[in-house]
Design a protein around this ligand. Structure first.
Ligand code: GLU
Length: 333
């Protein structure tokens, strides 16, 4: 008897080849405007980070969303021209720089597993003999910074990070907020402990103070969501600034970074973000999130109020709405 496979049992509309229509720029613009309006009306906005005065003083009533599309156009709404502290989102760019330079050898010094522990946990580091679980927890990001620093003076390493972000975003106006950097250093006792601990294990090769100095400064970079959405293009377009355009990284490395963003990009809320949004994303305690819809868009989203695990409450919600309304997901075509 002829086998007709499973399709035989499915309703016509499901068995037939379903080709999702591409969303027009006008439709995307409408979706972004709706989300911004809904977020502006939200009463529950989370709590801003309070560990440094520069973050504690940020107005929680702000929200912004920006998308960069394959044709290079940008759709944005809300407070899209307001710069904010990107904090741990910077770890994506330092990882890209380190991977581009050192390649696979980086993975001898840092793991690739979700941590399941707070981003600044020292207990896990001790259990695992000074090798951080992944490059997005603080210890891992300090190792990444250490690799960028090797063969450089701290000032030059920092210059290299900024130059790289300027190239990615095609924007040389992106800067470091010196007050945030100073406050990070003045309150960074736990990061200092992590760095010293890793130096004792030999994971860190440079002087801990120098690696920390560069780390605190790259966490203090300020960007708007528009700049963030532009800087993330290389992750949306397989290592190029536009589909088939200028290549800034190997495709394989950008896929690895996206995988780490999906599994480790949201602290202890990484599983929840993957479940609800279904896109790689990296968040920071300044309330920013960089999310990637491969082939479709690089997305910057920001709202300063955080949820219990330190991710922006409204930016997480907004990205969930965006994914729902566009159908974008790494688990579907
Ligand atoms: N500069 C912060 C720290 O290392 C980063 C916080 C974050 O965004 O996760 O504590």
């Amino acid at each position: 008897m002829e086998s007709r496979g499973l399709a035989h049992h499915l309703p016509r509309s499901v068995a037939g080849r379903y080709v999702k229509p591409t969303l027009s720029a006008a439709a995307l613009d409408e979706i972004v405007r709706e989300i911004c309006a809904e977020m502006a009306a939200e009463a529950e906005r989370g709590a801003v980070a309070t560990y440094i005065p520069e973050l504690a003083g940020v107005d929680p009533n702000q929200f912004a969303l920006a998308l960069t599309l394959p044709d290079g156009s940008m759709i944005s709404g809300g407070d899209a021209a307001t710069p904010f502290s990107i904090q741990s989102v910077s770890k994506v760019f330092t990882l890209a720089l380190a991977l581009g330079r050192d390649g696979e050898s980086l993975w001898k010094r840092v793991g690739r597993e979700p941590s399941g522990d707070p981003f600044n946990s020292i207990v896990q580091l001790e259990y695992e003999q000074g090798i951080p679980r992944n490059p997005f927890i603080n210890a891992g990001a300090i190792v990444v910074t250490d690799t960028i620093l090797s063969s450089h003076k701290p000032k030059d390493a920092l210059g290299e990070v900024l130059d790289f972000i300027h190239l990615l975003a095609d924007d040389t106006s992106i800067v470091i907020d010196p007050d945030v950097a100073r406050s990070e250093r003045d309150t960074g006792f736990r990061n200092t402990a992590l760095a010293n601990f890793m130096r004792a294990y030999g994971t860190l090769r440079c002087q801990p103070g120098e690696a920390l100095g560069v780390y605190f400064h790259h966490c203090a970079i300020t960007m708007t969501v528009r700049q963030l959405a532009k800087a993330g293009r290389f992750l949306a377009f397989d290592g190029c600034l536009s589909p088939g355009g200028q290549r800034v990284m190997a495709a394989r490395a950008t896929r690895q970074i996206n995988a780490l963003m999906l599994t480790c990009g949201h602290y202890d809320g990484s599983g929840e973000f993957a479940f609800k949004v279904g896109l790689p994303g990296k968040s920071g305690v300044g309330g920013g999130i960089l999310a990637i819809a491969p082939g479709k868009a690089a997305i910057g989203c920001w709202s300063p109020g955080l949820n219990k695990v330190g991710n922006s409450k409204l930016a997480s919600r907004a990205l969930e709405m965006l994914a729902e309304r566009t159908g974008w997901s790494v688990f579907a075509n």
